[in-house]
Design a protein around this ligand. Structure first.
Ligand code: ZN
Length: 198
């Protein structure tokens, strides 16, 4: 195989392209304490005054139905997104989940895809921690309507892939077929229940 020459006509500023600057590791901040001994004294004083952890037993409403269905989503997603070589992949970046838990299984996050009125295990995505954080930031807590728009786009398309914008990043959520069918059925059930209720 021939060695690849670095491309001369590399465009700069293209979306999604990794520039030379981004490939550099950031330098770890160098912030020496001007007077370490004084700092040590002050820190000990402050630590001694730190408040105790307190727990309150206030009653608050908890979504009890969620924990059961979210628990069911764990084996459901693990099964669908693990390949024949026992490597579990993220539905957005499609990379292998970054680490395994103490029990040897891949760690992954179950993120609720859309805001639906009933609990469906299919309404969870199997995401790596970074994609989960991005989904929460830009979709769950994103601009008004971002999550609803995504739900409509997913429901309307029959494809296994739905484009999603995560901040500056144009990405896509990829589904295995049974999961896509189950989730579209859940969304369809929502609209039926909504029209019946009116
Ligand atoms: Zn990911």
């Amino acid at each position: 195989m021939g060695r690849e020459e670095p491309s001369e006509e590399r465009e700069t500023g293209t979306l999604g392209e990794i520039t030379a600057d981004e490939q550099l590791q950031p330098s770890f901040p160098d912030r020496p304490s001007p007077d370490p001994e004084r700092r040590e004294r002050k820190a000990a004083e402050q630590a001694a005054e730190a408040p105790n952890r307190e727990h309150d037993t206030r009653e608050r409403s908890a979504r009890t139905s969620q924990s059961r269905v979210k628990a069911e989503a764990e084996p459901y997603l693990r099964d669908y997104y693990t390949d024949a070589d026992d490597r579990m992949v993220c539905q957005v970046c499609r990379q292998e989940m970054p680490f395994r838990r103490k029990d040897g299984k891949h760690y992954f996050e179950r993120v609720e895809a859309f805001a639906l009125s009933r609990e469906y295990k299919a309404n969870y995505l199997a995401l790596c921690p970074v994609c989960a954080a991005k989904y929460n930031e830009f979709i769950v807590h994103g601009e008004n309507g971002a999550r609803d728009e995504l739900r409509k786009a997913f429901a309307a398309g029959g494809a296994l892939e739905t484009p999603v914008r995560l901040g500056q990043e144009e990405a896509a959520i990829r589904f295995v077929e049974p999961h896509a069918i189950d989730l579209r059925a859940a969304i369809g059930n929502e609209s039926r229940s909504a029209s019946k209720g009116q």
